[in-house]
Design a protein around this ligand. Sequence first.
Ligand code: FAD
Ligand code: SIN
Length: 512
Amino acid sequence: MPTYDYIIIGSGIAGLYTALLAQEHGRVLLLTKGSIDECNTKYAQGGIAAAIGHDDSPGLHYEDTIAAGAGLCDPAAVRILTEEAPDRITDLIRFGVPFDTIHGEVALTREAAHSVPRILHAGGDATGEHIELTLSSLARLRNITILEYSLATRILLGPEGALGIEAMDTRTHGLHQFEGRYTILATGGAGRLFRLTTNPDVATGDGVALAYRADAATEDMEFFQFHPTALSLPGVPVFLISEAVRGEGGLLRDVHGTRFMPDYHPLAELAPRDIVARSIVSRMQATEADHVLLDVTHLPGQVVSARFPRIYSFCREHGIDITQEPIPVAPAAHYMMGGVKTNVWGETTVPGLYACGECACTGVHGANRLASNSLMEVLVFGKRIIQRTQERAGAPAAPALGPGDLRHTLRSDFPQEAGTEQPTLARLQDLLWNNVGIIRSRDTLEVAAATLYRYQQLLTQAADRPTWELRNLVQVARLMTEAALIREESRGAHFRTDFPEPSPRWLRHILF
Ligand code: FAD
Ligand code: SIN
């Protein structure tokens, strides 16, 4: 079996950044299930948050992150995130990421629930593409073994913890095993659970499913963020319209042209993301429309097209000149706050297994992620993973479970029911969108939980990429739905009509 020091699964910012750091310390295998640049990272628009502005401080960034997280952030993890962020920006600049500047200084923009402008961006709204291409080009030049079209199917376990992985060549369907001292999950999010999502095809929750099957704890799975403003045009793929558009002055109006966000929150268009998404849903219902409008026509046209070149040209290609007419938008599934539970060194509850990026739950996001904190979370905690493997080689400590945290196993008490349709990706996405989406209730969640249980019974042996991904999505959907049933309150991105208020009883985490 080929042997490495580090096996890294995934080639978004989390996989590439940890690989670039790890190759200074040992043999690195990076594998990824598609081509190297297929990932969520490439689509990031708004930017990356760090308190580097003159009127900013890590303390302010900390306060904003804690406030957005609605009581469930881990304060120690947020402190680390916000204090270490400026140094990680220096790392990215050293790697060659071309952040935009204005008058010789790094340009900063504002996004929702940030009290000051603190978002760095590159190429206007092409931040993710610049980061991804810079890091992947570097990785190809360094001493890293890169295996594309290689899908991790199983974490190999021994009495001491993770020993490596099994992976499938997605072209030949052959299975191969790789041994490693440290296995790092960097597999990204799970937006493909939902019919409407900003995420690309690769976001199928594989890392969470792999970790769960390896008996690692998952946490906060009920919290999934819906981005308020994705382009909503019939027949056109979902395309994000960055929050930075509102940060630069964009206004939300209903289909009759009436601005509505001031009626819902004092921060109006820049209220926390969950509030904006629910307010839009409520306004769409009130106006019997499937979208609202995002209006930048009052801003200078040249500024808009220069600051948001990707958004401007995508909308233009689909018949909308955003400098002249408002953009039809609606919410779409965007970011998985929960994931594989880690401590502040990226260690999971399985020794030798680490998780980094969107598949991990470090505790920094709580019930609702502050915009542009996810790219930074990767850098801060990715760096700490590699530091940890150097400082404590061979003796990792599992993350502590909090005293109030609730540990659960998935249910099997569902009545037998003949006639459940065979699971398909489209059926799963409809089920989740309709029953486990922006607005939930016991009734909708129970239907989803029972259907997902039966789906899992009906799934046949996975043998290629689509069947593995469906299997993983169903697993992640079960964790999300059952956590959402257990949490009898509304908090952050989790909103239940039968328990519409937050409850102090629920200032705790749900783990599987
Ligand atoms: P990804 O970049 O998704 O990479 C995951 C990798 O794992 C992929 O290469 C995938 O192919 C691979 N993989 C998955 N499963 C397997 C498997 N079984 N075997 C092998 N390989 C596998 N965040 C911000 O902070 N700022 C923003 O402005 C911002 N904008 C966003 C805009 C959009 C449209 C989207 C979708 C997200 C945005 N986010 C933003 C969120 C942010 O981009 C992601 O959270 C972040 O890029 C995740 O990085 P990652 O490396 O963890 O995952
Ligand atoms: C956006 O540009 O609106 C996305 C930012 C994020 O998800 O952090």
